[in-house]
Write a protein that binds this ligand. Sequence first.
Ligand code: 5AD
Ligand code: SF4
Length: 452
Amino acid sequence: MAAGGAPAVLIEVFGCQMNVVDAELVLGRFAALGFARSTAYDDADVVVFTTCSVRGHAEERVYSRLGALRRWKAERPGRVLAVMGCMAQREAQRITRRVPHVDIVCGTRDFPALPDLVERVRAGRAGPRPLVLVDGRERPDAARRPEARLRRRQAYVAIMRGCNRACAYCVVPGARGREVSRPLEEVAGEVQALVAAGVVEVCLLGQTVNAYDGQERGAVTLGTLLRRLEGVRGLRRLRFITSHPASFDADTLAAMAESSKLDRFLHMPLQSGSDRILKAMRRGYTLERFRAVASRVRALIPDMRFGCDWIVGFPGESEEDHGLSLAACEELRFVQSFVFKYSPRPGTFAAEHLADDVPIEVKKRRHRELLLLQERISLEENLALRGRIAEVLVEGRSRLDPAKWSGRDAAHRIVVLDDDRLAEGALCSARIVDATALTLFGEVESLAEAPA
Ligand code: 5AD
Ligand code: SF4
């Protein structure tokens, strides 16, 4: 119970940025029902997990955290434990079997109803538990309350949900359904409201964000939205994730080049440098096509940098295939790589039809090799920035040294600054004086006006 007698809700976010948005949506509704937010389990009356299914490891983490909450639940009668997100959608029955102290399981389109369900459970009006809700058709984003946010100056905005692609390894189409874009003006209104509430940086989210069509295919693209958001006063920075290499259209690329607010960082996963593996993954492009897209982007926006996701040890991946991934990483000079060991997910094409035949030791070595290569590239790229001026948006205190500030440059690289005049949300020009593979260190040269 929070001070003042209001019931308290704690929300724990696993998985991707979409889960952050979903958590904020749910928190907004809880706040409207009179709940306070808590970050301490001892104080919490309600705990909500937003879960991820993308790899087996992600699910096991959730199960182990849920198991650890048995004591919490038993300690005080009336406490409520709820699970939402991709794992809730995919394996509601298994969750209720493995974790009998879970009260509510809410799928990826049902969670807007979660706070009201919790209220009913707390009032003893919900009937037998667990309650499982996984077949909803709600449009969750329409209910966003801009004041309910996990971060003060930055916000994620879901512009579409679901995914129409069918990558052989991926649970997302199964967990999140078909693509549905939000209308352009609805998104613009949300961004405007967030900026009015103090947000300076917005990251637009979609599983295949560059397939955004505002429900007006042919008339609206992600580019239309970027142009619309360019006019939002007070919005300083804009990004979008995740782009699919085969989904860019010419208008969107042109709008990206025109934008003064867009980050110079594009997260565009290649996944593998081998055409044979890309085909088996059903990614819908070859390395050559990826190269062509990257070149087109760089021709229009010379300072654009790319970030990548890789899966190592996909079924059938040979040493030669892996070598092609290393070569592609070197050639394309990504500034950031997330590397994942292939994890067969029940219900996906790969798990059902392809043998998980790369031994775990080999997956681990390939994982290490790609990460080490990325580290070397990042270090080279970062050292080359010494002496240059970067525009930095301050995100908060540096985690390693809380006396200093940490922000991001336009290519989304972390920049640590030591200057008393800074504050969260401040924008400044800084000269880069030193660098590691992960961090740039800068000295403030000039400060833009302080944010309200
Ligand atoms: N195994 C390993 N990595 C996966 N990813 C998605 N599905 C799997 C899987 N089954 C990775 C991809 C994706 C990122 C979010 O997670 O690289 O881009
Ligand atoms: Fe995890 Fe994918 Fe769901 Fe995000 S959309 S929570 S990454 S499974």
